[in-house]
Design a protein around this ligand. Structure first.
Ligand code: GLA
Length: 382
């Protein structure tokens, strides 16, 4: 529960830094119901925020502005950072680079960032494809808004956090994660148009459908290169077509010269269409159709976009063969991570248990299903 996490971060802050924190902020994680690898070519997605959070606390310290001490319960480590440009010689980005990025970019926007002690805590699994990095970025941005007693516009906030991820974590992500966390609404999915950077609310009929997230236990890492390579392939397809993949069609994609680009662009074009069909199926309460679209999305990400992996594929197959499951697919960037499963609320617990047991039996991975509620976005707390 969020209240419990806030109490825990207050206590840890006091233990680590000897003072009660003055500011507290939280941001949820997200799952994407459908529409993956469509955001960075201006397409569509349908995410919602989940009741698993990053919580952060801060208190001022006497040292100079921009000197920040951080303790994270997530890695059980402490680190001191100084605000400044990304350090290209520092090797693989670390969790605190997201914090350094957001603090530095906000300071550049005129937000006062004094010397600070910051504590990071939460119950959002890291590396499971549930946007723990965007959640940390948004929690820190919200914290700085509290410290400076001034707010960014929500679009500015989304883009600033995305920029922190590009420049400080070297992940050329789209806006799906930052947008869905910043604009999240309780009990609503967001039909996100990544070109206009706007969203329509989609009612997720809580009495008819419910969601469980199953972590494959294969940890993903987007700075590894697969994500950037997919983005570059989509951009190469756009260059050759002379238009955004958002405006491409199956027929235009068939004219691309390289088979690999036809495959990648083919996924994007079909996935954009599936997002619209999925939103319509939900509106008509045609859940069987919505479920079929989720499975079709997974197959496209597996076969055409090639961002799934054998364990995630076997998890989705187990879901397909489990009585009560309406639909299931990998969610997020892929290369491991989680599967989102849709089922009727009355069957969700039994479905989750069966899937986890069968997954354990077939792969040896021990996974704890997360039944997720649809929650609102980042917040400051007293
Ligand atoms: C990651 C990125 C997002 C998006 C998804 C795939 O989560 O951060 O921008 O591209 O992968 O849909």
């Amino acid at each position: 529960m969020l209240e419990t996490l806030l109490q825990q971060v207050r206590e840890t802050h006091l233990e680590q830094f000897g003072v009660v924190p003055q500011w507290l902020a939280s941001a949820p994680g997200r799952v994407n119901l459908i529409g993956d690898h469509t955001d960075y070519t201006g397409g569509f997605a349908l995410p919602f925020a989940i009741n698993r959070y990053t919580v952060v606390s801060a208190s001022p310290i006497a040292s100079g502005a921009g000197e920040v001490r951080i303790f994270s319960t997530l890695s059980n480590t402490a680190v001191n950072i100084t605000l400044g440009a990304p350090d290209a010689s520092a090797g693989e980005p670390q969790w605190h680079d997201y914090i350094r990025g957001v603090l530095t970019l906000m300071a550049a926007e005129g937000f006062a960032v004094p010397g600070l002690s910051i504590c990071v805590h939460g119950d959002l699994p890291v590396g499971s494809g549930l946007s723990s990095s965007a959640s940390l970025e948004l929690a820190i941005a919200t914290l700085v808004e509290g410290i400076a007693d001034r707010k960014l516009g929500s679009q500015e906030k989304i883009l600033l956090c995305q920029r922190a991820e590009h420049e400080y974590a070297q992940v050329p992500c789209g806006i799906l994660d930052q947008f869905s966390i910043c604009e999240a609404q309780k009990d609503q999915g967001l039909l996100l148009d990544c070109r206009s950077q706007s969203a329509e609310k989609v009612t997720l009929t809580a009495d008819k459908i419910a969601f469980v997230v199953i972590d494959s236990q294969v940890s993903h890492q987007h700075s590894g290169g697969g994500y950037a390579a997919r983005r570059a392939q989509c951009e190469a397809a756009q260059d050759e077509l002379g238009c955004s993949l958002r405006d491409a069609t199956a027929a235009s994609v068939a004219t691309l010269s390289e088979p690999l680009l036809r495959q990648r662009a083919g996924h994007v074009v079909s996935e954009n269409a599936r997002v619209g069909d999925f939103a319509q199926a939900l509106a008509q309460e045609d859940f069987l159709r919505a479920g079929e679209l989720m499975f079709a999305s997974h197959a496209s990400l597996r076969d055409d976009f090639e961002v799934s992996c054998p364990d995630v594929d076997s998890l989705v197959e187990i879901c397909r063969n489990t009585k009560g499951v309406i639909g299931a697919r990998m969610t997020g960037g892929g290369f491991g991570g989680s599967v989102i499963v849709m089922a009727p609320p009355s069957e969700l617990a039994a479905v989750a248990k069966t899937i986890a047991e069968q997954y354990r039996a077939s792969t040896g991975h021990d996974t704890q299903p997360l039944v997720v509620d649809v929650v609102s976005g980042c917040a400051l707390h007293d």
